[in-house]
Design a protein around this ligand. Structure first.
Ligand code: AMP
Length: 193
């Protein structure tokens, strides 16, 4: 169990870096509630429509839509020992909105775990997942679009947190998931959580 103060951790990284896998491990170990905006949105998109089309093309969805979902999720998980955010924030606008949402609740981001994986390995993993899970956005053109969005709009979020003095731990994301998780454990302890 973690300390008594609610903890907010951001799981950060490019598509295919293992955010979801590592977030699930961390959730099991420390009991934080896991929010995957991608999973929430896939559930919404299952009904079809514009959302499904934009996701299948690998585009980021509008900030306002995502921020509304996250705010509702935070309200629904007020008493949780903490939150593990996976796939959010993905733009500077979302990061600023999150800061404001947390500040209203007397909280802040305590740690950013930034998974780092070489581009060739990311492509290999996503294609493997495509054949196993058949995600609609694991096609070559959607993968290209998601990588472009990541570099253009998501990567700058790390600078936002560094400038704000939030600990950003770079985690080597190559290798077996359990080894990656050991590195996360070390970063967790080093951050004093
Ligand atoms: P993920 O499962 O995290 O890879 O997300 C899958 C897709 O959901 C993304 O490619 C976007 O279309 C959408 N999505 C998830 N999280 C966000 C977010 N924070 N901002 C915008 N779009 C998002």
């Amino acid at each position: 169990m973690i300390g008594s103060v609610p903890t907010v951790v951001v799981m950060f990284g490019p598509p295919g870096s293992g955010k979801g896998t590592q977030a699930a491990k961390l959730q099991a170990e420390v009991g934080l509630e896991h929010l995957s905006t991608g999973d929430l949105l896939r559930a919404e998109a299952a009904r079809g429509g514009e959302l499904a089309q934009a996701m299948a093309a690998g585009e980021l969805l509008p900030d306002r839509l995502i921020e509304g979902l996250v705010e509702a999720w935070l309200d629904a998980h007020e008493t949780a020992p903490g939150a593990l955010l996976d796939g959010f924030p993905r733009t500077l606008e979302q990061a600023r909105a999150l800061d404001a949402m947390l500040a209203r609740r007397g909280r802040r981001v305590d740690l950013v775990l930034a998974l780092e994986v070489a581009e060739g390995e990311l492509q290999r993993r996503i294609l493997e997942r495509a054949s196993e899970q058949g995600r609609a956005d694991d096609t070559p053109s959607a993968i290209r679009e998601r990588m472009l969005e990541y570099h253009a709009r998501t990567e700058p979020v790390l600078g936002h947190y560094r400038a704000a003095g939030v600990p950003v731990a770079a985690i080597a994301g190559a290798g077996p998931p359990d080894e990656v998780f050991q590195r996360i454990r070390q970063a967790w302890t080093a951050a004093g959580l």
